[in-house]
Write a protein that binds this ligand. Structure first.
Ligand SMILES: NC(=O)c1ccc[n+]([C@@H]2O[C@H](COP(=O)([O-])OP(=O)(O)OC[C@H]3O[C@@H](n4cnc5c(N)ncnc54)[C@H](O)[C@@H]3O)[C@@H](O)[C@H]2O)c1
Length: 370
């Protein structure tokens, strides 16, 4: 089978992880072009990825790149406020999309991109990296099959410290229009995972946002509670106001007959899976992962984007939906917009939203509310 042609639009921080994944999967994928409005960014990226500039065309205009290369997969790794327009053009040009999170900056735009993917028959894989961590899919299936009994509630905390050097590194970071804050950027894919693991849908959001230490437009701390359609509750904490040397994302699903807890602390995977008798099931699940998905699948923890690309190539070949599909992109933005709206209007909000709400609708929120 011919290799799938991939182009990457946006050559910044996350694009390096995409290139690493494409290189790893070079029997199935080939990087055909890089696109960036900056002259220097693609060259730097090729250099740091140890790729020869002869193999890869460079463009400054994404439309020209899509029209010229006609890629199988367009990877969108530009600032979040630009996702919608590029996604729309790529889908209408007949390309599949690997779209970084968040899908777009509003519930209405995300719904539009989700509907367009259905109408064009083109697939979207979201950059929801947590779905691709080892064991996650096995645990989700067992929770759904009732292995741990009824789900009572779930919790996540994402303490992903970023200093002002991170926010000052690009003008779009921390702005309501193009990025949002700790909940929208650093926590949205964790919310996606928690909801996916719990196996139910959010029907109500209550939230508070704060600015503690980072001097940005949006929140550096958010807390929210979701009510799910099966009556369970989910609590969410997301912040960048912690030390930038200390990155943690922890997920716990609590059930009638057991608890599933997993995540990352300072780059090290953490696992605590117990049955109703408090017996640890960690090894059972590690062995099951190895026997069903191979030892190498454990390495996806090092660069989950490899898992995203491998699954996406397979999804295209076999005409199935990827693990993190277009619906996951739309639903997570809808939930996030419910959280923002709840903070803004100081009341609980029903989900899914019936009217469009955009991150930009939060403009001046802290000036007005504090
Ligand atoms: N899934 C993940 O783990 C993960 C991690 C980091 C970032 N992200 C997401 O990836 C996206 C990019 O984040 P980043 O940190 O790499 O940003 P970045 O600022 O480091 O890079 C963005 C790049 O896009 C380029 N760009 C801007 N406008 C463009 C245009 N019109 N056409 C082509 N290129 C353009 C910029 O010049 C820059 O090189 C964001 O949406 C972010 O939320 C996802």
């Amino acid at each position: 089978m011919d290799k799938r042609k991939v182009i990457i639009i946006g050559c910044g921080r996350v694009a390096a992880k995409h290139i690493k994944a494409i290189k790893k999967l070079d029997s199935r994928l080939t990087l055909s072009a890089l696109v960036d409005v900056s002259d220097t960014a693609p060259k730097k990226l090729l250099e740091s990825s140890k790729m020869s500039a002869d193999q890869v065309k460079i463009f400054s205009d994404y439309k020209e790149a899509i029209d010229t290369i006609k890629p199988d997969i367009v990877a969108v790794t530009v600032p979040s406020g630009l996702h919608c327009q590029i996604a729309e053009y790529a889908l209408n040009s007949g390309c599949n999309l690997l779209l970084e999170k968040p899908m777009t900056m509003s519930s209405g735009e995300s719904r539009k991109i989700y509907e367009l993917s259905k109408a064009t028959g083109k697939k979207i894989a979201m950059g929801h990296i947590y779905r691709y961590f080892p064991l996650v899919d096995l645990l989700r299936k067992d929770i759904a099959a009732g292995r741990f009994g009824k789900v009572t509630h779930g919790t996540i905390y994402v303490r992903w410290g970023h200093g002002m050097d991170y926010y000052d590194s690009a003008a779009w970071r921390g702005t309501w229009r193009s990025d949002g804050g700790a909940m929208m950027n650093q926590t949205i894919h964790a919310i996606d995972l928690l909801v996916w693991l719990m196996g139910s849908k959010p029907v109500e959001a209550k939230a508070m946002l704060a600015q503690r230490v980072r001097k940005i437009e949006a929140e550096d701390l958010g807390m929210a509670i979701l009510r799910m359609d099966d009556g369970s509750l989910a609590s969410i904490e997301g912040t960048t106001a912690t030390s930038d040397k200390d990155h943690c994302a922890m997920f716990t699903v609590l059930c009638e007959n057991g608890t599933v807890s997993l995540g990352l602390k300072r780059g090290i995977p953490k696992l605590d899976i117990r049955d109703g008798n408090n017996k640890k099931l960690n090894m059972h699940y590690v062995m099951k992962q190895i026997s069903t998905k191979g030892f190498s699948s454990l390495l996806n923890a090092l660069n989950p984007h490899t898992g995203i690309y491998a699954d996406f190539a397979d999804a295209i070949d076999n005409d199935r939906q990827p693990l993190a599909d277009a619906l996951s992109g739309y639903s997570s933005v809808d939930t996030l917009m419910g959280i923002y709206k709840s903070a803004k209007e100081d009341r609980s909000i029903s989900l899914p939203l019936t009217e469009d709400f955009a991150s930009e609708d939060m403009n001046n929120y802290f000036e007005k509310s504090c």
